[in-house]
Design a protein around this ligand. Structure first.
Ligand SMILES: Cc1cc2nc3c(=O)[nH]c(=O)nc-3n(C[C@H](O)[C@H](O)[C@H](O)COP(=O)(O)OP(=O)(O)OC[C@H]3O[C@@H](n4cnc5c(N)ncnc54)[C@H](O)[C@@H]3O)c2cc1C
Length: 477
């Protein structure tokens, strides 16, 4: 794998000299900050970070990398933990300066540049009384979330982020800039909705927005471990009781000041008035939480609640699987015990979390599996694990512990794949643990065909390598 030589860096600077793009090489003062990511495990010494400001500049960088066989990584919000938005020695295309958000109330659409965060979209939408299906964590990037499918608190009502995607401007491997939508490049639009990272750099998304009431109801509840059976009992009724406007994330974490002991945490969402919310969540609220932080709030605030958990710094692994309700209480108890053992056995792992993410799935699964590349649509819910630690020596250990936790959930209560209901795994939670077949199922052959058409050298392969099982030569690492 060729690294970006001094000569190449100088050449790239020269090619970008009439633009506003900046090529930041390792000797520059701001370089260390630019290669930082949400997880310290993803900090890699790039050959250069290019701060781009337009699709044209992205196209120049991509074409340069293509010509010289230099690996590229695209950084949106930097919230993945697989290392997909970093590169050892290659070029990082840093989209953070491309974060404009333009709301058009008349058409209820929002144009978002590829480097924006969900917080920026939420704030801009709210000023017009609108909201988009975004991410439950406002600091995460629109780019990485959207291109894999994306879900948020409004998913129960409006489906996945990609179900609300009107068009996307893409810089392709050969440097062409195209718009993909139902009308233009529909095959690319199909692929981008679920596997977009593998097809180019998305420099602008147009998203459908929806009228959003304010306030909504939500917030955190913490419970002692002895309430677990009752919390599971409530969770197990979610599918029958939810109408589309609710969300319940629950699981395990540690809570200051006692960072060693595991508590049950529940994050409630109700897109409606407090009185209706309290009626829906009454059985949970009656369980006597140690702490109750629920209240009415503007919608954007809901997506900041996970903020402390999602704070940058420390080494982290985000992984996941899916589960069907009803959950087996025995398995959830075992997961609690396993998680608690990890919290007590390793230094500075506080802030780790296991979350069962219950959102109404009817809107998601009513879209046919072959309508978009995203194959994670079915009568099930995501489970996410985030392990957090500091010592690099623990990297392998944490990976194994997380795998074991997820294996237990998947093998004894999870969804490997239900016939006719998709793959049961969210590509953004899969790290590099799952292969392309597992992630895309029956959609893979079409994706591979399109991949060879749009990116024959497989330049965009850092997220998930769609050509893993093919004999296509891959040039870029
Ligand atoms: C705390 C936390 C909470 C989360 N909550 C949710 C949630 O509620 N819903 C949900 O759906 N997901 C959620 N996720 C998963 C999240 O969507 C992924 O981590 C996603 O990869 C983040 O995107 P990013 O742009 O910030 O990441 P990055 O690390 O910048 O990018 C991830 C991948 O996408 C590529 N990419 C990013 N932007 C672009 C672009 N514009 N064009 C082309 N490729 C691009 C990168 O090259 C990389 O391969 C959460 C993650 C975390 C850490």
């Amino acid at each position: 794998m060729p690294f970006l030589s001094y000569r190449h860096a100088a050449q790239l600077r020269q090619e970008l000299k009439d633009t506003r793009a900046t090529v930041v090489t390792p000797e520059k003062e701001d370089f260390p900050e630019l290669i930082r990511r949400w997880s310290d495990t993803c900090e890699k010494e790039a050959g250069a970070v290019v701060m781009v400001t337009s699709s044209h500049e992205v196209a120049l960088v991509v074409a340069f990398a293509n010509r010289h066989y230099i690996p590229i990584a695209v950084q949106g919000g930097g919230y993945s933990t697989s290392g997909a938005s970093s590169t050892h020695g290659g070029i990082v295309i840093n989209l953070s300066a491309m974060h404009n958000v333009l709301v058009d109330p008349a058409s209820a659409t929002i144009a978002v540049q590829g480097g924006a965060t969900w917080g920026e979209v939420d704030q801009a939408a709210e000023r017009e009384g609108l909201a988009v299906v975004g991410c439950t964590t406002s600091a995460a990037g629109v780019g990485g979330t959207t291109l894999s499918g994306g879900f948020g608190w409004l998913t129960g009502r409006h489906g996945l982020v990609i179900d609300n995607l009107v068009s996307v401007k893409m810089v392709l491997a050969d440097g062409r800039v195209v718009t993909a939508s139902e009308a233009e490049h529909p095959d690319l639009f199909w692929a981008v909705r679920g596997a977009g990272q593998s097809f180019g750099v998305a420099t602008e998304f147009v998203l459908l927005a929806h009228r959003q009431r304010s306030p909504i109801f939500g917030g955190l509840l913490y419970f002692p471990a002895d309430r677990l059976a009752a919390v599971i009992e409530f969770a197990n009724q979610f599918d029958e009781r939810a109408t589309g406007d609710e969300g319940l994330f629950f699981g395990f974490t540690t809570r200051p000041p006692d960072l060693l002991s595991t508590v049950i945490v529940a994050l409630l969402f109700y897109n409606g008035p407090r009185v209706a919310a309290e009626a829906f969540f009454a059985p949970l609220l009656a369980l006597g939480p140690i702490q109750n932080e629920t209240c009415e709030m503007p919608y954007p605030r809901m997506n900041t609640i996970l903020g402390p958990l999602a704070a940058s710094g420390a080494r982290k692994r985000l992984s996941g699987t899916t589960v069907r309700l009803p959950l087996d209480p025995q398995i959830v108890h075992e997961v609690y015990e396993d998680f608690d053992r990890i919290m007590r056995s390793y230094p500075r792992v506080e802030g780790s979390v296991v979350v069962f993410e219950l959102l109404p799935y009817a809107r998601v699964s009513q879209v046919p599996l072959d309508a978009t590349a995203c194959a994670n649509r079915g009568p099930y819910h995501n489970v996410a694990t985030i392990l957090r630690w500091h010592d690099p020596e623990l990297d392998a250990k944490m990976a194994n512990l997380e795998r074991a936790l997820l294996r237990k959930i998947r093998e004894r209560g999870g969804v490997a794949s239900i016939a006719g209901h998709g793959v049961g795994i969210y590509a953004n939670y899969a790290g590099h643990e799952a292969n392309a077949q597992e992630l895309f199922g029956d959609n893979l052959p079409r994706l591979q065909k399109l991949k060879k058409q749009y990116d024959p050298k497989n330049m965009f392969r850092k997220w998930h390598n769609l050509l893993t099982h093919s004999h296509e030569p891959t040039v870029i690492c």
